[in-house]
Unconditional design. Structure first.
Lengths: 295, 231
């Protein structure tokens, strides 16, 4: 069973009278020889790790070895000033929480990558809380997000070294936007609109990590990716059409990624990594990180 | 139709951060070296090449490889404290840094292990991204396998009939060979055999008992929280 475009999946849904989550269960069962129960059991494990990583970042001491991240998630979560109510604030904190746990060598579920692992957990935990959605539906939303990731991986790239941060937090935001749209009753067509909006907002986003570490700006970009997901889903659910179809937007991300200079793709040589302050931080970090620890 | 990616390639792997290449893939290379040693490791010499040489410290690649050598999977939280645990378990380790080796993938590690009983093993592997790896060298032989399935690695005198005897021993237990790769140098042959089921000790013992076999070890796929590796 093979899906090469998002529209292939939508066609399958229409032909079989299934929703996108069911289509992905069929896909995984047939290609990997699993039962539906096995697929859902694995999804449950992924969701548990996502929830744990959010909790850890919000409750435990998280200071990265480089010192660049220092309990930011808790700071946001406890902030008294709210720009748009507590939901967005908490969603922001949750994305940062996972980023901090990841940078501190904690356990995370890459979704789709480790560097973008904050977006899906923040989206799903926030949706569960805000809309009182049962866990089983959240597993289905994970399946819908996997459909987006699958097609993005085929026709573009998750690798920061190939598609920049567009391939990481951009694709994760698109997966999140699809999940939100699905959970709020959006049809397959609406889900694709949300994907289009989220990717268009991430077009050309570079991967320029300071000192080459998955910390700055990765962690705060995850938080902004969550906002992107919610805003994109909002537009899609209202019935606004992405004038460029999602599949074509994905092809455009591939073209843009190819056109981006290698200096702006995970090499730590351009953008923020190459600023005066970025270079200074890099020097300090590599002085501070201790030797090989051998005996 | 080529093999389609799993949805758990997208939602996963479940792993210790911060980077699938630098921690998940790196720990797997260490773990495979340990399995091939088939003994408690007491000494490890790890050589990091190219991008790994430059970026390993800030990303915890060193801790991940030592964790793998200690037998920790890519989602094992003990990786973070692997240096402390290694000291407690009597494992000494040393990292060597070598840049700019074009014949190797950008994230390549060579692991030389010495076991409690004095045996040694040396492998080189590349971390390809997403936690996927490729073992490129074992005991100086060029190989190419990913250890995503049950794998037997054999080094033997290059004599006629060796492949027949080995495949016979595997078939005896009803195991099905999925793939088999053979490489030769002047007098030795290296075989990497991927099979569909777990490899039992008896089969391995039988292969080891052939007097022309120098080395026969198994590598079992490791759990990483996603369905591909532990079903």
């Amino acid at each position: 069973m093979e899906f090469n475009l998002l529209s292939d999946i939508v066609d399958y849904c229409k032909r079989e009278g299934k929703d996108m989550a069911q289509a992905m269960v069929d896909y995984e069962m047939r290609n990997k020889g699993l039962t539906s129960q096995q697929v859902y059991d694995d999804l449950k494990r992924v969701l548990l790790v996502m929830e744990d990583s959010v909790d850890q970042g919000l409750t435990q001491e998280v200071i990265t070895p480089s010192g660049m991240l220092n309990n930011w998630a808790k700071k946001v979560y406890e902030c008294k000033t709210e720009t748009l109510g507590s939901s967005l604030k908490k969603a922001t904190a949750r994305a940062i929480a996972v980023g901090e746990v990841n940078a501190c060598m904690g356990k995370i579920a890459a979704a789709p990558t480790a560097g973008s692992a904050g977006i899906m957990p923040a989206v799903l935990v926030t949706m569960m809380e805000e809309h009182n959605i049962p866990r089983q539906r959240i597993l289905d939303a994970l399946l819908v997000s996997s459909a987006v990731g699958l097609i993005f991986a085929k026709n573009s790239s998750f690798a920061g070294s190939e598609a920049g941060c567009m391939g990481e937090t951009g694709s994760a935001a698109a997966m999140g936007a699809a999940a939100i749209t699905y959970l709020l009753g959006g049809t397959e067509d609406r889900i694709l609109e949300a994907v289009g909006f989220a990717l268009k907002a991430s077009m050309g986003l570079v991967c320029d990590p300071v000192a080459g570490l998955v910390e700055e700006p990765c962690t705060t970009r995850n938080a902004v990716g969550v906002a992107n997901a919610f805003v994109s889903a909002q537009m899609a659910l209202a019935g606004i059409k992405s004038l460029i179809p999602a599949d074509e937007v994905i092809f455009a991300t591939k073209e843009v990624g190819d056109l981006m200079s290698p200096r702006l793709k995970e090499s730590g040589q351009g953008g923020l990594a190459n600023t005066k302050t970025g270079r200074e931080i890099q020097k300090q970090v590599f002085k501070a990180v201790r030797g090989d620890g051998s005996t | 139709m080529s093999e389609q990616p799993s949805i758990f390639d997208i939602l996963g792997p479940i792993m210790i951060g911060p980077s699938s290449s630098h921690t998940a893939g790196a720990s797997r290379i260490g773990y495979i070296a340990r399995q091939l040693l088939n003994d408690k490791p007491v000494k490890a010499i790890v050589t990091l090449y190219n991008s790994f040489a430059k970026t390993h410290k800030g990303h915890g690649t060193d801790r991940a490889i030592v964790g793998g050598i200690l037998g920790f999977g890519p989602d094992d939280v003990r990786i973070r404290n692997s240096f402390t645990i290694a000291r407690a378990e009597g494992l000494k380790w040393e990292f060597r840094i070598v840049g700019g080796i074009n014949k190797f993938h950008s994230n390549t590690a060579r692991v030389h292990l010495t076991g409690n009983g004095g045996g040694t093993v040396e492998i080189a592997g590349a971390s390809l991204g997403g936690g996927r790896i490729k073992i490129q060298e074992i005991e100086g032989f060029p190989v190419d396998f990913s250890a995503h399935t049950h794998t037997i690695v054999i080094i033997a005198d290059d004599i006629p009939g060796s492949i027949k005897s080995i495949s016979g021993a595997i078939a005896e237990k009803g195991m099905n060979i999925a793939n088999m790769y053979v490489a030769r140098n002047e007098k030795l042959a290296n075989m990497v055999i991927e099979v569909d089921q777990a490899i039992d000790r008896e089969t391995l013992k039988k292969i080891e008992s052939f007097n022309w076999v120098k080395f026969a070890r198994r590598v079992e796929p490791m759990a990483d929280g996603s369905s591909r590796y532990d079903k």
